[in-house]
Design a binder for this molecule. Structure first.
Ligand code: 1GP
Length: 262
């Protein structure tokens, strides 16, 4: 059943053609800075906040961060867990994700089995997501014991995404790895988007508005950025966020143009 947050995302994608989500890594910043980034993201046009990192953060610390963010932003907070510890009852939803190209069944279904009863108990909205690590894969690739799909094998990414669709997942995430040197290339995004019939999320290594625009023009429905706004002065964070969100909007315009031509 489609829940409130998922319905909200689908509606936004339908209306705006592409949306931006800010990722907060709880290991990388204070609660106050996370709250600042979240409220700026909301006022500049981000549609949601995702919270998650690669290594362990205590459930208490995660709870505190989610609660602090909630005080300064009202867009949905979606958990982006790296393990069973990435769950907080204060969030609005959780990406219920399976790392499709992991060699370790723990990341495909094991952690999900352990976490499912707690997610139900907390009443968290679980949004089924097929997670595919591509390119260099970064820390997520190492921790998740993935075989990252090389950028020159886009059809393999398409096959993974289609398999996820046949299994009933409702979103696909193409992950280049946090801080990746090169974001997911347009060719891979196009092939994956053509293979599926559901929203496509792209993240990892997106540092400029121009890159965000290209990623949306290639077919991404959701662009996720984290690293670019993790550090620096508040003014720099603001202008970077503005640049990326404008890039997403520009990409959405070119999508609409294409739709009108076809
Ligand atoms: C990582 O895709 C996200 O899981 C975001 O990546 O930190 O490189 O923006 P960046």
């Amino acid at each position: 059943m489609v829940g409130k947050v998922e319905g909200y995302l689908l509606k936004k994608i339908l209306n705006e053609r592409a949306i931006h989500i800010t990722l907060i890594d709880p290991e990388k910043m204070s609660d106050e800075f996370a709250a600042f980034i979240s409220s700026e993201s909301e006022s500049l046009g981000s549609s949601a906040i995702m919270i998650g990192g690669t290594t362990f953060v205590s459930p208490n610390a995660l709870d505190n961060m989610v609660r602090t963010i909630k005080e300064s932003a009202s867009i949905p907070i979606i958990l982006f867990p790296n393990n069973v510890t990435g769950i907080s009852k204060y969030a609005d939803a959780i990406w219920f994700m399976s790392l499709l190209n992991s060699a370790d069944p723990y990341f495909i279904i094991g952690a999900q089995v352990l976490a499912a009863p707690l997610i139900k108990k907390f009443g968290l909205e679980a949004i089924p997501l097929g997670y595919i690590i591509v390119g260099e894969g970064g820390s997520a690739g190492i921790i998740g014991k993935a075989f990252p799909i090389p950028y020159d094998k886009p059809e393999l990414a398409g096959a993974h995404a289609l398999a996820a669709q046949f299994l009933g997942m409702r979103f696909i995430y193409l992950e280049a790895g946090s801080g990746a040197k090169y974001p997911v290339p347009s060719e891979m995004i196009k092939i994956v988007k053509n293979a599926i019939n559901m929203p496509l999320i792209v993240g990892g290594g997106i540092k400029t508005g121009e890159q965000a625009k290209q990623i949306v023009s290639a077919g991404a429905d959701i662009v996720v950025t984290g690293t670019v706004t993790e550090m620096g002065k508040k003014e720099e964070v603001k202008s970077k966020l503005m640049e990326i969100i404008n890039g997403v909007k520009e990409g959405a315009k070119s999508k609409i143009k294409e739709l009108n031509l076809s």
